[in-house]
Write a protein that binds this ligand. Structure first.
Ligand code: DGL
Length: 267
């Protein structure tokens, strides 16, 4: 048994979709969530730079917050740095990519599946590899959706502008007639209504959040790292950007657990 918190990070608010699933599934675990809002978005940056950021944040979580596990709740960071983080870290590192790919191939009936993500994630080929690794007989179409993350970070999840952008970016997936679409960026579940409207109600939208939370639970059980106490967990949120904005938008997106935010400045 291990009473240390679970660490989790994203470039900003997106990982809160994974935090929500984790808090719901494992209410007794303590959590430290880091949103690197001073440096978001990660998606358009070169993968080398994202790799450096991911390593820096992971070290901060392990060394300063003494976490027992790191959940990379950012597809772009996982695509850029997962192997390095696993190599550098003494604690288990969990990503959203493999759980997402597994959930996607389970959801399809026609075998035509899609993944959307940031330019960094789609360009890295991480999902193409993860879906292939499932060995499911599916036909995969991928599309990068630059601009979606910025809408979410501004708190604009249901506007006419985001709808117009979604119609343009999702057109190839509508054309490919996918029946299941993985939201391969943790920000995108906040745009689910818009994405669902554009794709059509019959298309299943798959989020990696729940599947990742199940993976965390399985690892805690296998490694004996679960928390001893049965009391409700403590949830801390840290942001490298505007703390007041993180609290205002974050509590709207995550819920009442986000009732305070600590600041962090990169030196
Ligand atoms: N939420 C992050 C992801 O899953 C990325 C967003 C960004 O571009 O910063 O990829």
């Amino acid at each position: 048994m291990d009473d240390r918190p679970i660490g989790m990070f994203d470039s900003g608010f997106g990982g809160l979709t994974v935090a929500r699933a984790l808090i719901d599934l494992l209410p007794g675990e303590d959590l430290v969530y880091f949103g690197d809002t001073a440096r978001y978005p990660y998606g358009p940056r070169p993968l080398d730079e994202v790799r450096d950021f991911a390593l820096q944040v992971t070290k901060l979580l392990v060394e300063r917050h003494d976490v027992k596990m790191v959940v990379v709740a950012c597809n772009t960071a996982a695509a850029a740095a997962l192997d390095l983080l696993r190599f550098e870290c003494e604690v288990p590192v969990v990503s959203v990519v493999d759980p997402g790919a597994r959930a996607l191939v389970r959801a399809t009936r026609s075998g035509r599946v899609g993944v959307i993500g940031t330019v960094g994630t789609i360009g890295s080929g991480a999902y193409q590899r993860a879906v292939r690794a499932t060995r499911a007989p599916v036909e995969l179409s991928c599309a990068a959706c630059p601009g979606f993350v910025e809408f979410v970070e501004r708190g604009e999840t249901d506007s006419e502008q985001v709808h117009v952008l979604a119609e343009r970016l999702l057109a190839p997936l509508v054309e490919a007639k996918v029946d299941s679409l993985l939201l391969g960026c943790t920000h995108y579940p906040f745009l689910a209504r818009t994405i669902g409207d554009v794709m059509g109600r019959e298309v299943v939208l798959v989020s990696s959040a729940d599947e990742t939370a199940f993976e965390v639970r399985a690892i805690l059980a296998d490694t004996g790292l679960g928390r001893r106490s049965a009391a409700k967990g403590n949830h801390r949120f840290v942001s490298s950007g505007d703390v007041a904005w993180f609290r205002a938008l974050g509590s709207r997106l995550l819920g009442p657990e986000l009732d305070g935010v600590e600041g962090w400045e990169w030196g």
